[in-house]
Design a protein around this ligand. Structure first.
Ligand SMILES: Nc1nc2c(ncn2[C@@H]2O[C@H](COP(=O)(O)OP(=O)(O)OP(=O)(O)O)[C@@H](O)[C@H]2O)c(=O)[nH]1
Length: 306
């Protein structure tokens, strides 16, 4: 074993914060490709998202914890529970906040959840969106958030301009335990392809449907396989709660579903650099948001790290 292998660091990092602070955008920036669903609407991240960054000296496994929020549905509970469980199972917890906004009640709620599960965890404070903050105001913004989590190592970043992102990676790498890499570089793509496909389809649906159905929509990827003609065949089901929503998702003459399919396919092709044949269908699953079995099947469960 050479020196490098002995000092290699690897670990899990939870990105936690209220919805819309830019967690998904940050993961995408760090990974340099589209991994997590990004949308201007809050609460797009419905389940555990992973981006794994393998550097020469460290492997950073990002867990994009769901936006922590209160909701009456069981889905809300599942989201909060997921966040808690993720946090108890990581090496570093990063509290992501929006530096262009004042700290809000939701921020504090997210922070309290982090502190609760803190036990021996390393903390990082990621103040995002600093491209929207004037240079001279940045120290004050940093101080305001830092006073809310004084034990954390603070970093100012912009997920959109990439400012501060290298420093962030250095700070996190520094906090990780010495550990061999958890994943081979090749393994990473296969592992998450289906999940990424489901997210891209969901994202496309949210984009086209606007306010009409979003929260009642779940996506399951049923098939994902390479075909002999070189295309990748992907079949997925969009679940809605009511017949009327099914009609909206399909649209007149299946126009809406076609539009969703095209957008999703384009994004999937961009990401994977290959041709995709995408088949979508829509099904009604009444009350799926309150059905624990359904939620579990869609991936709202915690896989323990290996
Ligand atoms: N100006 C600016 N906008 C950003 C930055 N990071 C994210 N955004 C925008 O903020 C909005 C929310 O970003 P997301 O990445 O979807 O937020 P999120 O925290 O993952 O939200 P959920 O998925 O709902 O938990 C999007 O419109 C992003 O384009 C940033 O550094 N600067």
């Amino acid at each position: 074993m050479n020196q490098d292998t002995l000092n290699y660091k690897a670990g899990y990092i939870a990105l936690a914060g209220r919805p819309n602070v830019g967690k998904s955008t940050l993961v995408n920036t760090i990974m340099g490709q589209k991994i997590a669903a990004v949308s201007p609407k809050p609460q797009t991240t419905r389940r555990r998202q992973l981006g794994i960054l393998t550097l020469p000296q460290s492997q950073l496994i990002f867990v994009d914890a769901p936006g922590i929020h209160l909701q009456h549905h069981k889905l809300g509970e599942a989201l909060n529970q997921t966040a808690e469980e993720i946090i108890s199972d990581v090496d570093v917890i990063a509290w992501v906040v929006d530096g262009s906004a004042e700290p809000s009640g939701d921020d504090l709620q997210a922070r309290d959840l982090l502190i609760q599960g803190k036990r021996r965890k390393k903390l990082v404070l990621i103040v995002n969106k600093i491209d929207r903050v004037l240079e001279e105001n940045r120290p004050a913004v940093l101080e305001r958030y830092q006073s809310l989590l004084p034990d954390a190592r603070p970093v100012l970043v912009s997920a959109t301009t990439k400012e501060g992102v290298d420093e962030l990676l250095a700070v996190i790498s520094d906090l990780l335990p010495v550990h061999p890499p958890y994943y081979d570089e090749d393994e990473i793509t296969d592992l998450y392809e289906r999940e990424i496909a489901a997210d891209l389809i969901r994202e496309a649906a949210l984009k086209h449907l606007r306010e009409e159905v979003p929260h009642a929509l779940a996506v399951r990827v049923d098939e994902f396989k390479e075909r002999e003609d070189g295309k990748t065949y992907v079949a997925a089901t969009l679940f809605v709660e009511r017949e009327s929503q099914k009609g909206i998702v399909i649209g007149q003459g299946a126009e809406m579903l076609k539009r969703i399919g095209t957008s999703a396919r384009v994004e999937m092709e961009k990401m994977g650099d290959r041709s995709i044949f995408l088949e979508l269908r829509v099904k009604v699953a009444k009350g799926w948001r309150d059905d624990p079995d359904f939620l579990r099947r869609l991936g709202f469960e915690i896989k323990k790290k290996k």
